[in-house]
Design a protein around this ligand. Structure first.
Ligand code: CS2
Ligand code: MG
Length: 402
């Protein structure tokens, strides 16, 4: 089998996506996701200008060799743009390989380790009360795990809280918006949020929270301790993780489980976090972590240290990535949980897929390959529109992590 062509489909049904299609001489094609929120065209250019021509004539089943060719052959290693581009190729090749063997992708990754993948979704609100109500809504939809976020009093919006009635979509068209942030007010708000949720929703629902990189390690330690009575499933991205050893300080003070890694793109970003058990869940996902080939290795390395997976699954990862994450999540032994931020109806129309949600779990489906398609005619009706993630500043104007 040989690769005969590779081309990009960049579209924006409600938000931007970069999709790669690779065709072969046996009439089988595969899809990969190269979406990097706010920097989509950087990945598209990396693929179009530096990668796609190098694929022609190669055997698509040689996923390991092609991954090493793209990783080591570039000389310049790692980074979100490079690894998203490698991921787009890698996932398309795995899609082809599974289709050629007429089997769902999970069968090439170890087969089923479970009947379904536990997922969590997002509850949020402008107030604590609205967030509590949102948790109940999602529990009624059948979710067994819910992430809860709310605005900080006196600070409009903020990470995780939608503006108006539309579902939360952090990327905004036009130039970056700026908002204010106060860790002090946040630290006084979140314990009350989870006290109220636990009182109202009971002890069984898994509760998660995303700090979104906004605290220092000692502040995160304080937050983790304050949340212990509400036994969260995890506290996510407590602080920026460039300094991996900063997590040791958090670990020393709290037993609230810690998840991080959605902005990582290599096992080396988490090497110390994992081997020192400074975290409990690794969030790096297929599209930004270098694809199925890389994520399989990351999951297996994590398993040695009792670290489970919690793949990132926001709307800025396309249905192609959601499908790939579910195939991987069904197969690996150390699955923790999968994020499920449902895409819009329009996005689902552009990307018809076989994955399903039922009673708190998702399944990738039994179609050969990934089980995802792209309606290119419909996608063409929604061309790319530049969009950015917001910027945050502290009350004194200092730029901080959004
Ligand atoms: C968030 C993401 O889902 C999450 O855990 O951290 O929504 C994140 O803000 C976006 O993926 C950024 O593009
Ligand atoms: Mg997050």
């Amino acid at each position: 089998m040989k690769i005969t062509s590779a081309r990009l489909i960049v579209c924006s049904p409600d938000r931007n996506f970069v999709t790669l299609r690779i065709d072969t001489d046996e009439g089988i094609y595969g899809l990969g996701d190269g979406t990097l929120n706010g920097r989509e065209l950087a990945v598209a250019a990396y693929l179009q200008d530096h990668v796609l021509d190098c694929l022609i004539g190669r055997d698509p089943r040689n996923t390991e060799d092609i991954w090493q060719y793209l990783y080591r052959g570039a000389y310049w290693r790692r980074g979100p743009v490079t690894m998203s581009a490698i991921a787009a190729v890698d996932v398309a090749l795995w899609d082809i390989k599974a289709k050629a063997l007429n089997t769902p992708l999970y069968n090439l990754l170890g087969g089923k380790s479970r009947e379904g993948v536990l997922v969590y979704t997002h509850a949020n609100g402008a107030t604590v009360e609205q967030a509590v109500e949102s948790v109940h809504q999602h529990m009624e939809e059948g979710y067994l795990a819910v992430r809860a976020q709310c605005s900080v009093p006196g600070l409009a919006g903020g990470y995780g809280v939608p503006k108006g009635s539309k579902p939360y979509e952090p990327a905004e068209r036009g130039l970056p918006s700026e908002g204010l942030w106060s860790s002090e007010r946040y630290l006084n708000t979140v314990p009350e949020l989870f006290e109220k949720i636990r009182l109202s929703a009971g002890a069984d629902v898994h509760l998660l929270h995303d700090v979104h990189h906004r605290l220092t390690p000692i502040e995160a330690a304080r937050l983790g301790k304050s949340l212990e009575p509400y036994h969260l499933f995890w506290m996510e991205d407590p602080c920026p993780a460039e300094l991996q050893e900063g997590f040791e300080l958090i670990r020393r003070h709290t037993v609230t489980p810690i998840a991080t890694g959605e902005v990582f793109n290599s096992v080396w970003d988490a090497h110390d976090l994992i081997r020192n058990q400074w975290i409990d869940y690794i969030r790096t996902t297929v599209v930004h972590g270098g694809g199925i080939t890389a994520l399989r290795k990351l999951a297996d390395f994590s398993a040695l240290y009792h670290v489970r997976t919690g793949f990132h699954g926001a709307t800025d990862l396309s249905p192609v990535t959601m499908a790939a994450a579910l195939h991987l999540g069904l197969a690996i032994h150390n699955l923790g949980i999968q994020e499920h931020m449902p895409h819009s109806a329009l996005t689902d129309e552009v990307f018809p897929h076989h994955y399903t949600f039922q009673a708190g779990y998702m399944h990738p489906g039994e179609a050969p390959g990934l089980g995802v398609e792209i309606d290119e005619a419909l996608a063409a009706q929604y061309p790319y529109q530049r969009a950015y993630l917001p910027i945050a500043r502290k009350l004194d104007g200092t730029l901080t992590d959004w």
